[in-house]
Design a protein around this ligand. Structure first.
Ligand code: GAF
Length: 399
């Protein structure tokens, strides 16, 4: 673990001890993610290529003998408390759903989980499209997996956390965020096939190419338990049904063009985004795996953004402006990232141009009368782990 990771673990230990009057049994942490490419493809059983970021949710946890689940956070959320026998969807609101939902999902698998005291400390921005909720779920899942002795493999924890998000927290999302948080490794992106669930790590070293990955948080808060995301899912299912396929993964662009007459215009455009985005993920991964420069990914990121904006209609004026201003100031590539309807854009920028891009984006937002965005660099961080003594196997010390 890095020095900052050690400090953060010490801080959460202290907070836990102050809140519950005893030290925790352990500390577990899991990262947020930024998706380099492959948006709205996961629930269509397609391809995604995210990286874990160097911002994490950390949980300090101790089991309790009385079946009570007590949850507190160093953030702004209210503490919450529930008897584990009473855990059910709809019983809790806000951040504690992500903790309790994971406990509940273990229970659904017949795994006996004790009551617990949980203290959350996270620096993954909330509502920024960087998977703050998946980071909480994955950190808690590791803790419960260990403390209950369940020993489920990470691939099963992905599905368990997705179930917590879908059925307990009520957001009908795919497996992108939880896979990124649990399966990524420092210095790498994760190429994941959401149909077979096979994945491989692809080296991604921005610094070696004098590049920086900048997140532009528009501060327009998104939420995937409200309408737009579920509508897009339904549009895709409708398109697949009209095309006579189980999912949009089963069709390529030439076949889609030929079958256009079977779809209304909206369903066609939704399908065109998904099918073309899958091809873009494969091309980005092929590009990087054949040693081509990150700086040359601009055109493919631009066409992903256009497709999300025009065909899938999940961008918003702030995201479009972030991309436009970053590109005009010299970014090598930029696009919205995550589910959209707000959240963040990602810009790949030469290190020497990073400040100029940041200033230009902030100025453009001010000129447009938008609230100031937050711009910060992210590096491919470690996946989820126990903070005391289980460093990332590939590149220890870079979380
Ligand atoms: C959100 C969802 F949680 C993911 O499952 C994915 O669909 C993404 O939006 C869009 O690519 O982050």
């Amino acid at each position: 673990m890095s020095a900052s990771g050690v400090e953060a673990a010490a801080a959460v230990t202290e907070l836990f001890t102050a809140a519950y009057g005893r030290p925790p049994s352990g500390i577990w942490s899991a990262p947020g993610r930024v998706n380099l490419i492959g948006e709205h493809t996961d629930y269509n059983l397609g391809f995604v290529f995210p990286l874990a970021i160097n911002r994490r949710a950390r949980v300090a946890v101790s089991p309790r003998g009385d079946g009570l689940l007590r949850m507190a956070t160093s953030g702004t959320g209210e503490p919450a408390e529930i008897r584990t026998v009473d855990l059910a969807p709809g019983r809790l609101e806000g951040w504690s759903r992500y903790v309790a939902g994971v406990h509940w999902a273990f229970g659904l698998r017949g795994i006996e989980v004790p009551g617990m005291d949980v203290l959350l400390d996270s620096d993954v921005p909330v509502g920024a499209g960087l998977s703050s909720s998946a980071a909480i779920e994955c950190a808690v899942a590791l803790a419960v997996n260990e403390l209950s002795g369940a020993q489920l493999p990470p691939e099963e924890l992905v599905l368990l956390c997705q179930q917590a998000e879908n059925d307990f927290a009520g957001a009908p999302t795919g497996i992108l965020d939880q896979s990124a948080s649990l399966l990524c490794a420092a210095g790498h992106g994760l190429f994941l096939d959401c149909r077979s669930r096979e994945s491989r790590l692809v080296p991604l070293d921005f610094a070696a190419e004098d590049m920086v990955a900048l997140v532009i948080d528009t501060k327009v808060s998104h939420a995937h338990d409200s309408g737009g995301y579920a509508d897009r899912r339904r549009d895709c299912e409708r398109a697949a049904e009209a095309l006579g396929v189980g999912s949009l993964r089963e069709i390529g662009l030439p076949e889609l063009v030929l079958a256009a007459g079977q779809l209304d215009h909206q369903a066609y455009r939704r399908a065109r985004h998904v099918v073309s985005e899958n091809a873009r993920v494969e091309s980005v991964v092929g590009h990087l795996e054949t040693g081509k420069p990150i700086a040359k990914l601009g055109p493919v990121l631009a066409s992903s953004h256009e497709s999300l904006r025009d065909d899938f209609e999940v961008s918003c004026p702030e995201l479009d402006l972030a991309v436009e201003a970053a590109m005009a100031a010299g970014a090598a590539g930029a696009r919205m990232t995550g589910g959209g309807f707000g959240g963040s854009a990602l810009a790949l920028v030469r290190a020497a141009h990073a400040e100029r891009v940041e200033r230009a984006v902030i100025r453009a937002f001010a000129n447009a009368g938008f609230a100031p965005p937050e711009v910060f660099a992210v590096a491919p961080g470690a996946g989820a782990h126990r903070d005391s003594g289980n460093p990332d196997p590939l590149q220890p010390g870079r979380s």
